[in-house]
Design a protein around this ligand. Structure first.
Ligand SMILES: NC(=O)c1ccc[n+]([C@@H]2O[C@H](COP(=O)([O-])OP(=O)(O)OC[C@H]3O[C@@H](n4cnc5c(N)ncnc54)[C@H](OP(=O)(O)O)[C@@H]3O)[C@@H](O)[C@H]2O)c1
Length: 281
């Protein structure tokens, strides 16, 4: 029997690339999207720009199931994702998995929560996954301070965080897209052992042999750095807001959803540091 064609939005990114790999490994066809120019759309790669809406209709042609995420940098995730939910509904897709973020359902009127509600009410089979802060932020967003100054520079206090490895998020999404066992449920996704940023610095020090430390900075300093790096003001404000929740301890909570869905315990901080060691050398 022919296996489903799965649309993966953000397929070149941290979660999407691993999700695409896992789906292909299981024999599924993947349609990747990119906002970058594509010479010619094909069944496996299409141009899709969620800011302009360009490419949505074409992206869904012949698709059975879909994975949606909102690219970082845009604070109005509803504007980005609602047209995708609408198109999925119009075409009666067999399943949609939507990734938002842990805490997105704390209030009913945040842009992320509004998309979640739209999907819940769509009549489609769906799952919503809400990951906690990614471990992979230390080899992407926060890498410059680590490589250039040997420091994790964040206004995170001493709060513990149940960071999740993006590879576990991808494993969960792959399972949910290829099974109906958990249909129409939402899952907060976390690692199993909450750690603070000093512990992350110690884990990176251990594998690299370098001295990496955590240094707390003021929220205004992070804001200035993010704006200088070119992030839009509204998205910077969003990041500062959720960093405030982290500092107050809201990101320490753990769930056993990764184990329940995939059958495997989440990656530990030590395993992540070992696997990504080359990033910090
Ligand atoms: N990092 C965290 O700690 C964390 C925690 C919880 C939730 N999240 C959520 O995770 C999501 C990000 O996931 P990720 O880290 O896997 O993403 P990522 O690695 O930053 O990748 C973003 C993807 O979006 C695509 N993209 C960029 N601009 C686009 C546009 N205008 N239209 C369509 N696609 C576009 C990119 O591909 P092209 O450049 O090829 O277009 C890329 O594949 C966000 O929604 C964030 O809120 C993150």
């Amino acid at each position: 029997m022919k296996k489903d064609l799965v649309l993966v939005v953000g397929a070149s990114g941290t979660v999407g690339s691993e999700l695409s790999r896992l789906l292909k490994e299981q024999g599924y066809s993947v349609r990747a999207t990119t906002s970058k120019p594509v010479k010619e759309d094909s069944s496996s790669l299409v141009h899709l720009n969620l800011v302009t809406g360009e490419g949505i209709t074409k992206a869904f042609e012949g698709v059975d199931k879909a994975f949606f995420l909102s690219p970082p940098g845009y604070a109005d995730q509803y504007a980005m994702l609602s047209p995708l939910v609408q198109e999925a509904k119009r075409r009666g897709l067999k399943k949609v998995v939507l990734m938002t973020a842990m805490g997105a359902n704390a209030s009913e009127d945040t842009p992320f929560r509004r998309v979640e509600i739209e999907l819940e009410k769509s009549g489609l089979a769906y799952n919503i996954i809400r990951p906690n802060w990614f471990l992979q932020n230390f080899n992407t967003f926060w890498i410059q301070g680590i490589r250039e100054q040997g420091k994790i520079l964040l206004p995170a206090g001493n709060a513990k965080v149940s960071f999740i490895d993006a590879r576990d998020i991808a494993s969960v999404a792959a399972k949910l897209l290829t099974s109906d066992e958990f249909n129409n449920k939402d899952f907060d996704l976390t690692g199993s052992d909450p750690v603070d940023h000093a512990q992350v610095a110690a884990a990176i020090s251990k594998v690299t042999g370098k001295t990496i430390t955590y240094q707390e900075i003021k929220p205004e300093e992070l804001k200035a750095g993010l704006l200088a790096a070119g992030l839009p003001k509204d998205y910077t404000d969003f990041l500062l807001l959720i960093m405030g929740f982290l500092r107050e301890g809201y990101s320490a909570r753990t769930t056993d959803n990764v184990k329940t869905i995939t059958g495997k315990a989440p990656h530990t901080l030590a395993a992540y540091a070992q696997d990504y060691k080359a990033s910090w050398l």
